[in-house]
Design a binder for this molecule. Structure first.
Ligand code: PLP
Length: 396
C-alpha cells in the first residue's frame, strides 16, 4: 500500500524516547528524562517580548518563503563575523528548524547513487534523509579512534561516487569537537575530490574548557562554493519548539531550497522568525552566559558521578549537552533469554529498573552506546545519574 520510500524510514528513535518519557511522566511515573535533545531553560526575555509584540502587531500573514529578509540579513551578518567572509541574505535559507534545512539541502544536492560520508556515531536523522534522496550514506566509525574523527578514515571511504561529507561539530551524540588540524585535513580532501561539506554547527554555542568551535570556512575559505552551513535557534536559544533554523550556502542552492520549500511547508512560522531576529539583533549575553555556565556545572557534576561506573567508558564532552557512554561490557551478544543482549534491551532495562529514559546507540549507528542529555535540572540530573550508575554497576 505504501511507497517504497515509506519503507526506507522509521520514526526518529530520539523523538520516540523523548515522547515515551514525557508520557510516563504525565502518568505520574518518577521518570528522569535524559532523552530529550533540548534545553529545559526558559527563553530570553528579549525574544519573548519580540514575539509577543509581533502577535499584537498582527504578523499573521505568510512571509517570504525562505524567510523574512531582515532575519536572513541578520544571519548573514553573524556568519560574516564568524567566518571572516562576506555573506549576503540571498545565501541564507530560513527553515522550520535545522532538520528542514538539512532535508532541503539533501533533496537539492543528491542524486540516486551518490555517496555521502557520515562519521558515526551520527545524529540520527542524517542517514535517513540521505536515503530518502536515493543517495547512499557511507559511515566512518569514530568509535575505533576514541570517538575522535580521523581524516585518514574519511579518505579511505572516498570513491568516484562520493558527493559530500557531513560534519557535525560539536557532535550529537558524543560531544566531540572537530579541531583545527582535522578540519584542515578534511577540507583538503574536499578540495582535492571536489566534494561538498555539509557543516552542522547547531551546538556551537556550547563548547567547554579548552575546546574551541571552529567553522570549516575559518580554516578553509577556499571551500566557500561547496560548503553548506547548517544552524538552528533550537539549541542556542532554547527555541526548539518554535522551529527556526537555516542553511547558508551558494545562492544556486538556497534558491533551489526556496523552490522546494515553496511546494512543501512555505515559510517558517512568522512569529518565530521575528523572535529569532530579536535574538540576533539584541544578543542577550547575560542569558547565554547563564545557560552555558549551568550546562558546564551539570557537565562537571555528571562526569564526577559517572566516574563511579565500572567497565563503562565515558566520553568527556567538549561541546553540546550529552554524555556518551560505551556500554559494550554491559551487553552480551550470547546472553540467554531474559538477559541483556543488545543496546535496546539495556535502554528498556534502565527505564524499567532505574526509571530513566536514555537513548540507545542504535539511533546513532553505534550498537554499544548510550546518550544521556545533561540539559536538565540539577536535582533530576544528580538523582537520575546515580540511578544509572547503580543499575549499570549491578549488571556484571
Ligand atoms: N542537527 C543536529 C546535530 C541536531 O542534534 C539537531 C536536533 O537535535 C538538529 C540538527 C535539528 O535541530 P532543529 O530541527 O530543532 O533545529
Amino acid at each position: 500500500m505504501l511507497s517504497q520510500r515509506a519503507n526506507l524510514i522509521s520514526g526518529s528513535k530520539t523523538s520516540g524516547m523523548r515522547n515515551l518519557a514525557a508520557r510516563l511522566k504525565a502518568e505520574g511515573k518518577p521518570v528522569v528524562n535524559f532523552a530529550a535533545g533540548e534545553l529545559d531553560d526558559n527563553i530570553s526575555d528579549v525574544v519573548k517580548h519580540a514575539a509577543i509584540q509581533a502577535v499584537i502587531a498582527g504578523n499573521n500573514k505568510y512571509t517570504e518563503t525562505i524567510g523574512i529578509p531582515e532575519l536572513r540579513q541578520a544571519i548573514a551578518i553573524r556568519l560574516s563575523q564568524q567566518t571572516g567572509l562576506d555573506w549576503s541574505a540571498d545565501e541564507v535559507a530560513v527553515t522550520a528548524g535545522a532538520k528542514q534545512a538539512l532535508f532541503n539541502t539533501a533533496m537539492m544536492l543528491f542524486n540516486p547513487g551518490d555517496e555521502v560520508i557520515i562519521p558515526a556515531p551520527y545524529w540520527t536523522t542524517f542517514p535517513t534523509q540521505i536515503r530518502l534522496t536515493g543517495a547512499l550514506p557511507i559511515f566512518v566509525d569514530t568509535a575505533l579512534t576514541g570517538y575522535v574523527l580521523d581524516s585518514a578514515a574519511i579518505a579511505e571511504k572516498i570513491s568516484q561516487r562520493t558527493k559530500a561529507i557531513v560534519l557535525n561539530t560539536p557532535n550529537n551524540p558524543t560531544g566531540s569537537v572537530i579541531h583545527a588540524d582535522v578540519l584542515g585535513e578534511i577540507a583538503a580532501l574536499a578540495e582535492q575530490h571536489g566534494l561538498w561539506v555539509i557543516f552542522d554547527q547547531c551546538y556551537s554555542d556550547f563548547v567547554y574548557a579548552e575546546a574551541q568551535h571552529l567553522n570549516i570556512l575559518q580554516i578553509a575559505p577556499n571551500l566557500r562554493s561547496r560548503v553548506v552551513i547548517i544552524d538552528s535557534f533550537s539549541k542556542s536559544h532554547a527555541l526548539a519548539g518554535w522551529r527556526v533554523g537555516y542553511a547558508a550556502a551558494p545562492k544556486a542552492l538556497t534558491a533551489a531550497c526556496s523552490n522546494l520549500q515553496s511546494h512543501t511547508t512555505s515559510n517558517p512560522n512568522a512569529i518565530a522568525q521575528i523572535g529569532a531576529l530579536a535574538a540576533l539583533e539584541h544578543y542577550d549575553s547575560r542569558y547565554h552566559e547563564k545557560v552555558l555556565a549551568r550546562l558546564n556545572a551539570n557537565r562537571q557534576l555528571g562526569l564526577q558521578i559517572l566516574q563511579s561506573l565500572r567497565d563503562v567508558e565515558v566520553i568527556t564532552p567538549e561541546g553540546g549537552f550529552y554524555f556518551y557512554l560505551n556500554i559494550r561490557c554491559k551487553i552480551n551478544g550470547q546472553a540467554a533469554e531474559g538477559q541483556i543482549s543488545n543496546c535496546a534491551q539495556l535502554v528498556e532495562h534502565l527505564l524499567a529498573n532505574a526509571q530513566v529514559a536514555v537513548v540507545g546507540g542504535e539511533a546513532f549507528g553505534d550498537l554499544n552506546g548510550l546518550r544521556i542529555s545533561y540539559a536538565i535540572n540539577e536535582s533530576d540530573l544528580e538523582q537520575g545519574l546515580w540511578r544509572i550508575v547503580n543499575c549499570l554497576n549491578a549488571i556484571v
